[in-house]
Design a protein around this ligand. Structure first.
Ligand code: PGA
Length: 248
């Protein structure tokens, strides 16, 4: 049995006061016990948020990190720095990082390898644009992303990685993939993992869906056989809606 994982991706939102209130509420009102909950807050708030969740089951994720150990990379944050403040997960290859900041599959691959080496669990994001979907290229695009980003990753390491299927056209748009379409791509990704790592690994790897997940569609999406949770953007900024998704 795969434990579902629901992660909130706050992106560049919130201030410390609101962040503190939000996490306190999540910590005290997340009742569902068989779900892993991760809060991916802006790096600058991780230390404070970590103190709040320290005695709870809520885990902490970062939204990005650099692949190098240290050096002249102005503005960047290393895996060791994230470890210093007790991060459990790191989102890598989010479409906003790819589209706005030019991250390629090769860059994401370097980051995944570093995160694994430093014992931070990556949440690898993949997903197609609307144009790619309309041209019928979804599977090709996702295959390329999955295989390039995981190039050189061993079966053992694969078990530490969570994949998030996030169709770009569904992110922040209010348009969700139908649960059937989402499950179709998630199953396809599981098939790729099966082909490259075998059934034992593909049965164990958790694959989330992300893209306009809200309280009113979360249950349907999460009930799909191959979907093991959600990566939630907008709805993770509001305690009521994030809790409704977590307690699905
Ligand atoms: P959304 O964002 O839930 O606001 O669509 C999802 C994401 O970007 O991870």
């Amino acid at each position: 049995m795969r434990t579902p994982i629901i992660a909130g991706n706050w992106k560049m939102n919130m201030n410390l006061e609101n962040a503190t209130k939000l996490v306190e509420k999540i910590k005290s009102e997340a009742t569902k016990t068989d779900v892993e909950i991760v809060v991916c807050c802006p790096s600058i708030y991780i230390s404070e948020i970590k103190k709040i969740v320290a005695d709870s089951k809520v885990k902490i994720g970062a939204q990005n990190m650099h692949w190098a150990d240290s050096g002249a990379f102005t503005g960047e944050i290393s895996a060791d720095m994230l470890n210093d403040i007790g991060v459990d997960y790191v989102i890598l290859g989010h479409s906003e990082r790819r589209q706005i900041f030019g991250e390629t599959n090769e860059v994401v691959n370097k980051k995944i390898k570093k995160a694994i080496k430093k014992k931070i669990k990556p949440i690898l994001c993949v997903g197609e644009t609307l144009e790619e979907r309309e041209e019928g290229r979804t599977h090709d695009v996702v295959k390329k992303q999955v295989e390039s980003c995981l190039n050189g990753i061993s079966a053992e390491d694969m078990l530490e990685i969570v994949i998030a299927y996030e169709p770009i056209w569904a992110i922040g748009t209010g348009k969700t993939a139908s649960s059937k379409d989402a499950n179709d791509v998630v199953s396809f990704i599981r098939g790729l993992i099966d082909k490259n790592y075998g059934e034992k690994v593909s049965d164990a790897v958790r694959i989330q869906y992300g893209g306009s997940v809200k309280p009113n569609n979360a249950t349907e999406i999460m009930n799909e056989y191959d979907i093991d949770g959600a990566l939630v953007g907008g709805a993770s900024l509001d305690a009521e809606s994030f809790l409704a998704i977590v307690n699905f």
